[in-house]
Design a protein around this ligand. Structure first.
Ligand code: NI
Length: 188
């Protein structure tokens, strides 16, 4: 197991669709082990393979809900179906989202309240999760990563511009930036 460097926005692998996983082998298992360890140390509730420089369509997630129920898994070659977005104004406290590839920042973003995720696990077995609330948000965020979309790409004004300015202030938005959980503390 190895803790992996997390790519920061501007790294090309984050901004293009990830390649489909074709082989369910030990190499894939090792990658998943690294992803869980890296996500846990970061810490984060989700991590997509492109975030550690791997051009492969999978993500891991690990989140405990208000009833102390743990939602943990790996989603390989996922597809997602979404309920329509609510159209009332975004709640700046309740809908704050962040990303390990835009470390230290959070912005409000409307997501669908319900997401049905279909994917494969490391054993090559298909599964479906019908998610609501924050788990649905995690699925949408991580699925987007596999399409080359970061959450800040989806923000509405004024948050879109605020995020863009924050990224420019950090000098990000171009290739070559990453951070290592356990060594770097980009959250300050
Ligand atoms: Ni992210």
């Amino acid at each position: 197991m190895r803790i992996r460097e997390i790519a920061i926005t501007g790294e090309p692998v984050l901004h293009r669709p990830a390649a489909r996983v074709e082989r369910f082998d030990d190499d894939l298992r090792d990658l998943v082990t690294d992803m869980f360890a890296t996500m846990e140390l970061a810490p984060g509730v989700g991590l997509a393979a492109p975030q550690i420089g791997e051009d492969r369509a999978l993500f891991v997630y690990d989140w405990v809900d208000d009833d102390e129920r743990q939602h943990r898994g790996v989603a390989i070659n996922p597809t997602i179906m979404l309920a329509p977005l609510r159209v009332d104004p975004v709640d700046e406290d309740e809908e704050l989202e962040g990303c390990l590839s835009v470390p230290g920042e959070r912005f409000p973003l409307r997501r669908s309240d319900r997401a049905i995720l279909t994917a494969w696990n490391v054993d090559g077995n298909e599964f479906t999760v019908d998610a609501e609330g924050w788990l649905a948000r995690i699925f949408q965020h991580e699925y987007d990563h596999l399409r080359g979309i970061l959450y800040n790409d989806r923000l509405v004004e004024p948050f879109f511009t605020e995020a863009r300015d924050a990224i420019h202030r950090e000098g990000w938005g171009k290739p070559g930036f990453s951070w290592l959980p356990g060594r770097d503390h980009p959250e300050g």
